[in-house]
Design a protein around this ligand. Structure first.
Ligand code: XIL
Length: 558
């Protein structure tokens, strides 16, 4: 009852949430770009479907800069060597300019959505360098005067750089890196600067709220700018783009720490692809909508605080139905293009927080207790190849994606006895690639265990991580977790199965007991770099060092 009253008080925010709730026509009342006119530019993406009038009205009402969602990616501009196809991108750019929007360019070099002829298939270093320079120069020159800034290089640093101090070791094993080496970074920035000295040149990446990834990016930009202090009058790299694909577990304090770190380099920072996953299967509860609004509000508070150094804040998606992550409802507008609480959270951060804070804290408390739960069933398989032994255990879906790409996914089933946990994982849609020297970048399965379900933010002696690739090669964290461990794999086309025997290290298992548990699938690309991560519960991306976000496994007997 109380909740109903609260929800009804929030009627203006919860469009459709209360029977009498009447939608706010935001196009007539408040504009995001006007609210932030003294702070930074407000951006969003456009693709062909956004050119019709209602969607375009939202673009122009609330935004003053636009990024092409896909049209300027290498695959679309030069799918065939030497044949540049600018038509779709030009249409987006010209319409945006004619309606008074600025345009940001995305992206010249990336490991996704790029044709293999550029840098794979046995292309020599010399040819790859020439392909990279030709592409960057031709594209930047084509849009010169129309595009104010470029994501010159996208996602070049890997997710868990082994040593952030030495940024070269943190470079993703991408096709460009493999064909050219670490100097491809400078090569592409120099080509872009030469082609349009006025355009601002950005390095762009995701998960930059992760301190070790942010440190590697910081060191890369620092090193390159120190060695290239005057390329047409200024350091080579003008800015760092924090993509900002966030979720319900994102801590705005981590975002702020990285912002501060980048600002200290003297470069501009922009938030370039903001969305906040907060929902499942394309649905959001009213509580989730408010909680998502709070994340937007807290993030925009951070952005306002550093506005002096921030060029723009660009959202990645006008509305949930067109979002690349529509299953998780991550944008500010719902499927009928009505503003969600996320919009109001961004629009007037203080007001939103004041009105909703108590309610939100209650929700967050509840969410903490509500890590996903699944049952492990009592039983000991006769051997790890005896996959039918797991048929009595319920399937645990491993399909929440943590990275930009949505590749390999699957499900786990778990058995237990007094001494061990037995996990079976079926993986679909895998490339079966283990070329990368980093074990976590190979097609592989990871299991995280917190035996006392202590949910500490760091590993204690009961916590461990187990990784097995499709070829049955195992790695452990800590290495002592290898003791008594066994695994088995079987592969067929794009699917593989892994079974693992994980001995308990600090407990004797009992019926009714609970342990922290998560299962992750790393998907490699055909070029041998991790392009996708799917997990059951922990969306933080930090389960390898922080078990507090793992799901919960209940030990049952049937
Ligand atoms: C995404 C687009 O939104 C999708 O339409 C496309 O299928 C894949 O790429 N990081 C980036 C963006 O830099 O280019 C990606 O965009 C999202 C992740």
């Amino acid at each position: 009852m109380l909740k109903k009253v609260i929800l009804c008080l929030l009627a203006p925010l919860l469009i459709g949430g209360c029977a009498s709730g009447k939608g706010v026509d935001v196009q007539k009342t408040q504009s995001l770009k006007e609210a932030y006119a003294d702070y930074f530019l407000i951006g969003n993406i456009a693709s062909g479907v956004d050119m019709d009038d209602l969607r375009y009205d939202i673009l122009t009402t609330h935004h003053n800069i636009v990024t092409a969602e896909n049209a300027m990616k290498p695959q679309y501009l030069q799918g065939t060597k030497g044949v540049f196809t600018f038509g779709d991108a030009d249409a987006i750019v010209d319409k945006a300019l004619s309606r008074g929007l600025k345009v940001h360019g995305h992206t010249l070099a990336w490991h996704q959505q790029s044709p293999a002829w550029m840098n794979s298939e046995g292309v020599s270093r010399e040819t790859a360098v020439s392909n990279l320079i030709t592409h960057a120069k031709t594209v930047v020159e084509h849009f010169k005067g129309r595009v104010v800034s470029w994501d010159v290089l996208n996602e070049a640093i890997s997710d868990n750089p082994p040593n952030s101090e030495d940024w070269r070791t943190g470079l993703r094993q991408s096709p460009w890196f493999k064909a050219i080496g670490a100097d491809y970074v400078e090569i592409v920035f120099k080509a872009a600067r030469e082609a349009d000295p006025k355009a601002k040149l950005y390095y762009n990446d995701y998960n930059l709220d992760n301190p070790s990834k942010a440190a590697a990016v910081y060191n890369m930009v620092k090193d390159i700018n120190e060695r290239n202090p005057d390329v047409d009058g200024r350091p080579l790299i003008d800015g760092i783009g924090m993509q900002g694909h966030y979720n319900s577990r994102t801590n705005p304090a981590n975002v702020e720490n990285s912002l501060q770190r980048f600002i200290s380099l003297g470069v501009e920072v922009s938030i370039t692809e903001l969305d906040v996953q907060y929902g499942e299967a394309g649905k959001q509860t009213d509580e989730q909508k408010i909680a998502q609004g709070l994340v937007y509000a807290e993030l925009f508070n951070v952005f306002k605080k550093y506005a002096e150094y921030i060029g723009r804040v660009t959202m990645w998606g006008i509305d949930d139905s067109s979002s690349w992550r529509k299953q998780a409802c991550p944008t500010m507008f719902n499927d009928t293009l009505r503003p969600k609480p996320a919009f109001f959270g961004a629009l007037d951060t203080d007001k939103f927080i004041a009105e909703n804070k108590a309610f939100i804290e209650e929700i967050r408390e509840k969410e903490k207790k509500e890590a996903k739960q699944a049952d492990a069933v009592y039983g000991t398989p006769s051997g790890l190849a005896d996959v039918s032994a797991w048929s009595q255990a319920p399937a645990i879906p491993i399909d929440n994606y943590l990275m930009a790409w949505q590749g390999a996914y699957g499900a786990a089933r778990v058995l237990w006895d007094e001494s061990s946990l037995y996990v079976l994982v079926n993986v679909n849609n895998a490339e079966m690639n283990k070329a990368n020297l980093n074990a976590y970048e190979q097609d592989s399965v990871e299991i995280f265990i917190d035996e006392n379900n202590g949910k500490t933010p760091y590993y204690e002696k009961d916590d461990a991580q187990y990784r097995v690739n499709f070829d049955n090669e195992a790695t452990f964290n800590p290495s002592s977790a290898a003791e008594g461990f066994e695994s088995w794999t079987s592969v067929s086309e794009r699917s593989y199965t892994v079974s693992l025997k994980i001995p308990f290290r600090t407990i004797t298992a009992k019926e009714g007991g609970v342990i922290g548990f998560d299962a992750q699938i790393n998907g490699a690309s055909a070029q041998g770099a991790r392009q996708s991560v799917a997990i059951w519960n922990d969306l933080s991306g930090g389960s390898y060092q922080d078990p507090s976000g793992l799901g919960v496994l209940k030990l049952t007997k049937r």
